[in-house]
Design a protein around this ligand. Structure first.
Ligand code: ASP
Length: 257
């Protein structure tokens, strides 16, 4: 399941045309693409990296933190050093043409506000469940476009951007990280499923909590997905237009070849 979660989001990390995940992401206000990612197994193991630069697959480094260190989270230069020690090549932190053009357009106005509109977010969160009930999840992002240098959102924070408990289910969020951080929305959703909510009810409770705690909720977007270990799922968002994919096709190992 960890392979499914990691490899699923690696597809998006590798796509430089995506402006909100991986090295093709939109930069911070100083022109740096800084990446956050986390991975969690249903047995409670978790790994995370924040504020890494020049790393093609931050999700893989997050998994290495989980599997090869006694820690859950590594940040910035320490995370990059660890990645290099694991044989990962750190690239120069350059911008794609599209990201540079968007940044230069932003620089012309330099309107900085810690809010997100409903167009400029799209972290990927993936929840995976196999036929034996084993669960895992992954979440990876370049974060809020034109954020302050050093800003970390919800995506690499266990319980905020992602939470998985194999006894219950998992949840993952996209949208304005600050709003998710204040409510630990994915942890909330999983705990709601633990006490009997369906995944859909759990997602609605989490989004309603975010709305209740953010007077400016009309100006921001958060979307949440939840997957119960029984295979049912739910999704909810503050604003319309939150799309997600669900695949319950049962595949044999051979069909992945
Ligand atoms: N949740 C991400 C963050 O706040 C942004 C996004 O979902 O696009 O960093």
């Amino acid at each position: 399941m960890l392979d499914a979660a990691e490899r699923g989001v690696m597809v998006i990390e590798a796509d430089d045309s995506n402006g909100s995940v991986g090295l093709g992401g939109l930069p911070d206000r100083d022109g740096n693409v800084t990446l956050d990612a986390c991975i969690m197994h249903g047995d409670g193991r978790a790994g995370s990296v924040c504020f890494v630069q020049g790393i093609r697959h931050p999700i893989s480094v997050a998994r290495m933190v989980m599997e090869q260190t006694p820690h859950v989270m590594l940040v910035g230069k320490g995370a990059e050093q660890f990645a290099r020690e694991q044989g990962i090549t750190q690239k120069p932190n350059t911008l794609t043409d599209a990201a540079r053009a968007a940044w230069q357009k932003w620089l012309a106005e330099k309107k900085y506000a810690a809010v997100i509109n409903i167009e400029n977010h799209d972290t990927i969160g993936l929840l995976a469940l196999d036929q034996r009930g084993t669960m895992a999840g992954a979440c990876t992002t370049s974060g809020l476009a034109f954020k302050m240098h050093g800003r970390v959102g919800d995506s690499p924070i266990i319980g905020a951007g992602l939470f998985v408990d194999g006894d219950v289910g998992g949840a993952t969020c996209t949208g304005l990280g600050e709003a998710v951080l204040r409510t630990l929305a994915t942890h909330l959703a999983v705990e709601r499923m633990r006490i009997g909510d369906t995944p859909q009810q759990a997602c609605e409770v989490a989004i309603k909590r975010i709305i209740a705690k953010n007077p400016s909720w009309r100006d921001l977007q958060v979307g949440i997905l939840a997957l119960h270990r029984d295979g049912t799922h739910g999704a909810y968002s503050i604003q319309p237009g939150f799309t997600y994919a669900f695949n319950d096709e049962v595949r044999t190992a051979a069909s992945y070849l």
